[in-house]
Ligand binder design. Structure first.
Ligand SMILES: Nc1ncnc2c1ncn2[C@@H]1O[C@H](COP(=O)(O)OP(=O)(O)O)[C@@H](O)[C@H]1O
Ligand SMILES: [Mg+2]
Length: 224
């Protein structure tokens, strides 16, 4: 794939939630190129999470189109597979499964009919090592610090070698030191693995890490 081709492209993307009568996104056209690290900034409620959920095919737009590698996401029948093969998600609230170890949580994306391939286990352990979590693989997730939880989530997001990581306020529940460490890890992943990153945040420090910032105000792109 040409390095200038977009991973994601949206055309006049709009999302209206009838329940809250909220025009969460209105006419958003943007492109994210392969290998880019894009920061999406904007105040709370401006539509940042909605944008990520649309890119991931978790929700459908009210109007407009979303393309993944120039293929309309609306035409992808198996959205679960689309996400599993192409997208790693990192959330503010971690969403780790309590009662399971760090390693088990990282392996959830490849758990298929209760079986984990040996290669996946080896890879998960290597990822956890890389993210300085090698000493925590057997720990139940409940005992982890917030920073450790987010590192486990990043390992989980990377397990299937996604083309792209969609990160929704990944530093929102972290103190300043751990937040910075997570941003640095994402930057390293972007540089070393060429993983495309779309990072939604109102963390001011993101401007030091992202190649480019997109600003959303009240569901619309703000051109600065
Ligand atoms: N599932 C939903 N149902 C109804 N309204 C929603 C839903 N998700 C978000 N909204 C509304 O859409 C707007 C944008 O929300 P969101 O995308 O979560 O913004 P942000 O992530 O920037 O805080 C808000 O007004 C919010 O209340
Ligand atoms: Mg949000």
């Amino acid at each position: 794939m040409n390095s200038l081709e977009p991973v994601f492209r949206t055309e006049n993307l709009s999302k209206y939630y009838p329940l809250t009568q909220s025009h969460a996104l209105e006419g958003v056209s943007l492109a994210v190129k392969k290998g880019e690290f894009v920061g999406v900034k904007g105040p709370s409620g401006c539509g940042k999470s909605t944008l990520l959920y649309l890119l991931a095919g978790l929700i459908a737009p009210t109007a407009g189109q979303i393309y993944f590698q120039e293929k309309p996401v609306s035409r992808i029948k198996d959205k679960v597979r689309y996400r599993r093969e192409n997208i790693g998600f990192v959330f503010q609230d971690f969403y780790l499964y309590p009662g399971f170890s760090v390693l088990q949580n990282v392996l959830f994306p490849c758990l298929y009919r209760g079986i984990v391939p040996v290669a996946a286990r080896i890879k998960a352990e290597a990822l956890l090592d890389e993210l300085r979590m090698g000493h925590r693989t057997g720990a139940p997730v409940e005992v982890l610090s917030a920073g450790e939880r987010q590192r486990a989530c990043i390992a989980r997001a990377l397990l299937n070698d996604p083309e792209c990581i969609l990160a929704d306020e990944p530093t929102g529940n972290l103190d300043s030191h751990n937040g910075q460490a997570i941003l640095e890890m994402l930057k390293k992943i972007n540089e070393q693995r060429k993983t495309t990153i779309v990072l939604v945040t109102h963390d001011e420090r993101v401007s030091a890490y992202a190649h480019r910032l997109i600003h959303i105000i009240d569901g619309k792109l703000e051109h600065k």
